[in-house]
Design a protein around this ligand. Sequence first.
Ligand SMILES: Nc1ncnc2c1ncn2[C@@H]1O[C@H](COP(=O)(O)OP(=O)(O)OP(=O)(O)O)[C@@H](O)[C@H]1O
Ligand SMILES: [Mg+2]
Length: 367
Amino acid sequence: MSADGPDRAGDGSVDATARVVDGAAATDEERQVEAALRPRRLAEFPGQQRVRDQLGLVLEAARRRQAPPDHVLLSGPPGLGKTTLAMIISAELEQPMRITSGPAIQHAGDLAAVLSSLVEGEVLFVDEIHRMARPAEELLYLAMEDFRVDVIVGKGPGATAIPLELPPFTVVGATTRAGLLPAPLRDRFGFTGHLDYYSTEDLQRILVRSAGLLEIEATRDGIYEIASRSRGTPRIANRLLRRVRDWAQVHGQHIVDHEAALAALELFDVDQQGLDRLDRAVLEALCKRFGGGPVGLGTLAVAVGEEPDTVETVAEPYLVREGYIVRTPRGRSASRTAWEHLGLTPPHPGVAQDQLPIGEQPGRLDH
Ligand SMILES: Nc1ncnc2c1ncn2[C@@H]1O[C@H](COP(=O)(O)OP(=O)(O)OP(=O)(O)O)[C@@H](O)[C@H]1O
Ligand SMILES: [Mg+2]
């Protein structure tokens, strides 16, 4: 399959999770290791049982009909396997895959050029689909529905639209922000798979597989320690495995064991609960500078020196899920767990009225 090569994955998109652990953007080497560790088929893909079952059914039905499947949208936080699943879809269908991304499509013409060159059955992977320009979005959802694009010839009042028929194809969109997709585009996807954080057991399985591929010898408790501190994210688990391997090698041992895991995780600022530097910076800003909140996303992002988008897509989903942060109509608030995690005493016992999660309170959403 041509989409396997690491060069095809180098689409210039920003790998936000890289910043969290390593303090630097993903390098080419990093991308190559990631590509080497990607499961190639659905059966080799641990975790996400529900999405895997649903996707398996969609693909099998398409195979039996000998027609391309419905368009697929994959959503979820960074590093959980959206790109990996997109590649698996193309491999399972035995169809070539074309890769592009939202930021690369800033004009409808860019997209028209890609669409008009697709071959029958091809998989078009649009990463970060929520970042596509509006006119291109419109062109895409019309093409997804009618397999047709209007090519505009000429300019001004004399311009004419020439309809161009397209062969049937499948769009696989990936997004960390499904909520930002306009409804007409979202509705054109026949199947949406939402990826959630992995359990420690699933991460252990992923790590055992990665250790095998990277020829790293590891003990069961070493693997467990890494898995339980990887924020439910395979990309982070794989990266921490390599850092622990580095630590072990530098300390003259050739096995990733519990001691190596503990020492390396401490060195790389990953705490007992698996929170990293950015997570703790967010919690500290929230508790120490803003008295536990509520505080708006923009203000919080400035306080930790990050883009609001990074705080919202990288740090926040996990902190909310683990109960450290509560999203309220007036902003983000620290929960009791957050204060306790930082070794501080919460100012008010109990949960105030405005700390009820969104959905349990009437009124506006914050942004
Ligand atoms: N279920 C899994 N089993 C094994 N490895 C996985 C799994 N999911 C993800 N990975 C590994 O994690 C890394 C990141 O996965 P991937 O690139 O698919 O994430 P993503 O959801 O596309 O992230 P982003 O939003 O940043 O683009 C890859 O190296 C991949 O090998
Ligand atoms: Mg991706």
